[in-house]
Design a protein around this ligand. Structure first.
Ligand SMILES: Cc1cc2nc3c(=O)[nH]c(=O)nc-3n(C[C@H](O)[C@H](O)[C@H](O)COP(=O)(O)OP(=O)(O)OC[C@H]3O[C@@H](n4cnc5c(N)ncnc54)[C@H](O)[C@@H]3O)c2cc1C
Length: 392
């Protein structure tokens, strides 16, 4: 069986590693970015315990290098911007192992390493052709405009992200839904004096800062700001250092030490803050009668509240690999994955209550310490199939 992967995102890399030693399976992967572009891209991310469990069970060598290159995510605390504690969760009381905090560029270097020799970079998918026996031939273009037809594939896997070209040309790409929240992300490279360590959220009214330390003296700061309407935007000219102060400094009291540190870092690096929207798009698993399989954000985009975007991409890659190894189909991948993805999407959206326009950050954060929320988190963090589940 010949499998072509379009886009070397995390799901596609994990899938390729799962299939690497499989007799009778040949995998080629293509990405529009040059291989070296990874080193300078991205900010930081937190992988949830379920992603680490999926790697530990199915790709233990990958699990070991991710662990060695990251900091453990053990605690999740929520407070007001003046420092009043609202909720504190110990992840080890809910999961079998901690999550991981690391730079995006580190994760991508680690997951792409096993693809050496199987991946070609600087090739963007443009369109598709079919050969005489119905196999799919991707038409790729180099930066200089040359057209490349690499081979005919029995299965094409879309891992080309939220703007997936493969999904657009085989199934149509729906416009993402925006619930009306602006998102910011900043990698703070000089965070040695950061006064906290693990994953924390701080609310100033409905505006939230989320932050944690990363390896090599760095930290991630993510912000959320409710918008007056779903398609509204914070104008380029308004994205100033003063705005960061207005958004996150409490009006009538001093900010706590953590929030004061984050505001200073945001102001110092204001031009490097990346702005975007909270958004989600519907799940689609396959197209062209099962000859195209969608994974990662090419399959679906979920709101980032529970840190599940990359974690679900890892689960996608692991499960698709386990299914395809035993000769399964795209329908089998859907049977294993889609109910789980639906649960995670719904839970992530419901957990965003504190961030959405009209929500109550104090009551909503306190509720995250309740038994009902903890039960769902436990299911989220542990409900990962084992290799033995795919046999028989
Ligand atoms: C450059 C970059 C930086 C990111 N930084 C962060 C971050 O700091 N923190 C965070 O939480 N998330 C970040 N993300 C998002 C995160 O990687 C994804 O949300 C998550 O990992 C799901 O990944 P995925 O498997 O869907 O593929 P993605 O990670 O989205 O990767 C998609 C891949 O497809 C390639 N591609 C796209 N179109 C084509 C085409 N037409 N032909 C060939 N290849 C194509 C892209 O170059 C990319 O390598 C980043 C994504 C990218 C692409």
């Amino acid at each position: 069986m010949r499998i072509g992967i379009i886009g070397t995102g995390v799901a596609g890399c994990v899938l390729a590693e799962m299939l690497a030693a499989e007799p009778g399976v040949q995998v080629d992967a293509f990405d529009l970015r040059p291989a070296e572009a990874v080193a300078a891209a991205g900010t930081g991310l937190a992988l949830a315990p379920n992603a680490l469990k999926a790697l530990r069970l199915h790709l233990p060598a990958r699990h070991a290098v991710v662990r060695a290159s990251s900091l453990p995510w053990r605690r999740w605390s929520i407070a007001t911007a003046t420092g009043d504690r609202l909720c504190a969760l110990d992840l080890l009381s809910l999961a079998e192992e901690p999550g991981a905090r690391l730079r995006w560029s580190t994760l991508f270097r680690l997951v792409q390493a096993p693809l050496a020799g199987h991946s070609r970079h600087g090739l963007a998918l443009e369109s598709l052709e079919e050969d005489a026996i119905g196999r799919l031939v991707p038409i790729l273009r180099t930066p200089s405009g040359a057209v490349v037809r690499p081979a005919a594939y029995d299965l094409l896997v879309a891992d080309d992200g939220r703007h997936s070209r493969l999904r657009a040309i085989t199934a149509g790409l729906e416009r993402p839904r925006r619930p009306g929240v602006a998102l910011t992300r900043l990698l703070v490279p000089d965070a040695e004096d950061c006064p906290f360590d693990d994953y924390g959220q701080w609310f100033n009214g409905q505006r939230q800062l989320l932050s944690y330390r990363l390896p090599e003296g760095a930290a991630l700061i993510a912000g959320t700001v409710p918008l007056p309407e779903p398609e509204a935007e914070v104008a380029e000219a308004a994205r100033t250092a003063e705005l960061q102060q207005q958004l996150y400094a409490p009006a009538s009291a001093a900010p706590c030490e953590a929030v004061a540190w984050m505001i200073a870092a945001l102001q110092r690096h204001v031009t490097r803050i990346r702005w975007g929207w909270m958004q989600e798009s519907p799940l689609r698993r396959s197209a062209l009668g099962g000859r195209v399989l969608f994974l990662g954000e090419a399959a679906q985009v979920m709101v980032p509240t529970l840190g599940q975007g990359t974690s679900q991409a890892i689960e996608d890659g692991v499960v698709a690999g386990a299914v395809l190894r035993r000769g399964g189909t795209t329908e089998d991948v859907a049977a294993w994955r889609d109910a789980r993805v639906a649960f995670v999407r719904r839970f992530s959206l419901e957990a965003s209550d504190t961030l959405l326009p009209g929500g109550d950050p104090v009551a909503g954060s306190i509720a995250k310490g309740s038994g009902a929320f903890r039960e769902r988190l436990q299911r989220l963090y542990t409900d990962v199939p084992e290799p033995a589940d795919f046999r028989g």
